[in-house]
Design a protein around this ligand. Structure first.
Ligand SMILES: [Zn+2]
Ligand SMILES: [Zn+2]
Length: 367
């Protein structure tokens, strides 16, 4: 076990991409290596030595696209963290942990009514935990929400960082959807989050899972993780897609009603397809985020007796269940992650911003 450090080494976001208000000129974002003092830890806090921190779409939104962090920069981004407790609460010392991306306040009415994943006072590393984030050597966090990793076998600790967000967000979405054994499901977008979503749906008892995407390689790949069918929707209208799904349904003798549709692409075409696929007694679960608007005749929801619901983050209490699925290899992380040294953070951000990578980039500290 490592000793408690005197300083935290970190890659701070000094300045996100911005525009000069008067001249309209672009101000490029800046990430800077720096060191900060280890804060005084409270009785319910620990210091986690970071093993890995995943680069999430949300981080790129903060850095490139003007999405504001709750605390103002300079601060360190990164909320997909795994590591080892090296200081603080003695009950946790030496333990390997996952730090939940979203930590509810546990006091408000939402928290007390099991909606704490959408607590309005929630803390998120790399946004609302002061200057602290995961792209660091260490991070101070409350111990109450930590998820202990007991026996990770041959899975590297750094890889388990994606449990903090990419693999848990789908789990919460599945709970929100009220998945039942044998359910018929469509997953739109099987990239960063969708590939875990598809795997978890099968692991949790979905009957038929259809994957929809615009990338053939991705679709072919997801077929080997238990998905039942795939539809490539590149250059297809929502109507064409609905017809393709109908053909699949007929071919397999499946009824038209009751399909659960998970939209995880966060794109406008993806959302339009999701709405076109929503039918009698169906549910549409909005998992992905995008800043555009879509048009829809809302009365269809009424006529279909259907539901459209949103889902945000994941309750920390579900983390051990997701970790179990990962450690028992019911869902596979390994094939969907890659690690890079944290010193390459700027390059990793630029690359992931240009084209969402097929394998999630996890940065490992190399200060
Ligand atoms: Zn995230
Ligand atoms: Zn709360």
């Amino acid at each position: 076990m490592s000793d408690q450090p005197k300083e935290i080494q970190t890659w701070q976001m000094v300045q996100p991409n911005a525009k000069d208000r008067e001249t309209g000129e672009k101000i490029p974002g800046r990430l800077e290596k720096t060191s900060i003092e280890v804060p005084e830890l409270g009785p319910d806090e620990v210091l986690v030595e970071v093993a890995g921190c995943g680069v999430c779409h949300t981080d790129l939104g903060y850095f490139y696209d003007g999405v504001p962090t709750v605390n103002t920069p300079p601060l360190t981004l990164g909320h997909e963290i795994s590591g080892t407790v090296v200081a603080g609460d003695p009950n946790w010392l030496g333990k390997e942990v996952i730090v939940p991306a979203v930590m509810p306040c546990r006091k408000c009415i939402l928290c007390k009514t099991r909606r704490g994943n959408r607590c309005l006072n929630q803390k998120m590393p790399g946004s609302s935990m002061g200057i602290y984030g995961g792209f660091s050597s260490h991070i101070p966090v409350p111990s109450i929400d930590l998820c202990e990793i007991k026996d990770r076998g041959d899975i590297p600790l750094s890889h388990l960082s994606v449990v903090a967000d990419a693999a848990t967000t789908p789990y919460q979405a599945i709970q929100r959807a009220g998945l039942e054994r044998g359910d018929r499901v469509i997953v739109i977008g099987v990239g960063g989050v969708g590939q875990y979503l598809a795997q978890e749906l099968k692991a949790l008892g979905a009957g038929t899972v259809l994957a929809v995407d615009i990338n053939d390689d991705r679709l072919q790949s997801i077929l080997s993780y238990g998905v039942d069918g795939v539809v490539n929707v590149r250059d297809k209208s929502p109507k064409d897609v609905a017809n393709a799904v109908k053909a699949y349904r007929k071919q397999h003798g499946l009824p038209a009603h009751g399909w659960k549709i998970f939209e995880s692409s966060g794109t406008k075409p993806g959302q339009e397809i999701a709405l076109a696929l929503l039918s009698f007694t169906g549910k549409l679960i909005v998992v992905g985020f995008g800043p555009h608007k879509v048009e829809y005749m809302l009365s269809r929801v009424m006529a279909f007796d259907a539901e459209i619901i949103g889902t945000w983050g994941c309750l920390p209490e579900y983390y051990p269940q997701v970790l179990d699925l990962v450690l028992s290899k019911k869902i596979i992380l390994e094939d969907f992650v890659q690690t890079r040294p944290m010193s390459e953070i700027a390059e990793a951000f630029a690359e992931a911003h240009a084209t969402p990578p097929e394998k999630r980039i996890i940065l490992t500290p190399d200060f």
